[in-house]
Design a binder for this molecule. Sequence first.
Ligand SMILES: [Fe+2]
Length: 206
Amino acid sequence: MPIREPGICVVDVEKGELRGASNRYTKTMADLAGLYEDEAAYKAALAKLDDKVVYEVTDFKPSADAGDMIIGVTRMIPGKVGNEYFLTRGHIHANANRPEMYYGEAGHGIMLLESPAGEIRTVEIGPRSMCYVPPYWIHRSVNVGTTELVMTFAYPADSGQDYDIIAKAGGMRSRIVDDGKGGWKAVDNAGYRFRSRELVESIMAK
Ligand SMILES: [Fe+2]
């Protein structure tokens, strides 16, 4: 790996972005088809939000080299599709043995994690809390608050993202929904299909 120049980026918590970022990507509700259980509520949300950005990522990616690091900021607006809180698409790292760190800057979020074998964990994230996403865990963030969820993150530059692992299982095993008392709860996803032992072993062998 070559010697690289040090860098500095500023986290703009108000705007929910990284100033000095080299990349930005945005997702609208249209990009999130198939993620929510309530199809009618999804269509209503689609009509209401139109091309409004639901979440965005700004990051500083020096390279994709092993041993290098990507840093960035993610911002998600609050809201629900039916009783299900807004979420990110979610992924496992393509190099599955790579970890990640998320640091809460503003808002109230859940990191929903699922092991390849289908174990579920929920980690609550607020300002100044730091979430460790271990290697091999599928992860997705969910905004369970009433304001924008802003988090800083860092992960190894050669991690990559595999989004298909979630789609192929019919979603993640749990959905994060309104508990009817202003909070959240995790409920079973009726459409979930467990991965075969062979598939789990092949992921864990990475
Ligand atoms: Fe990740």
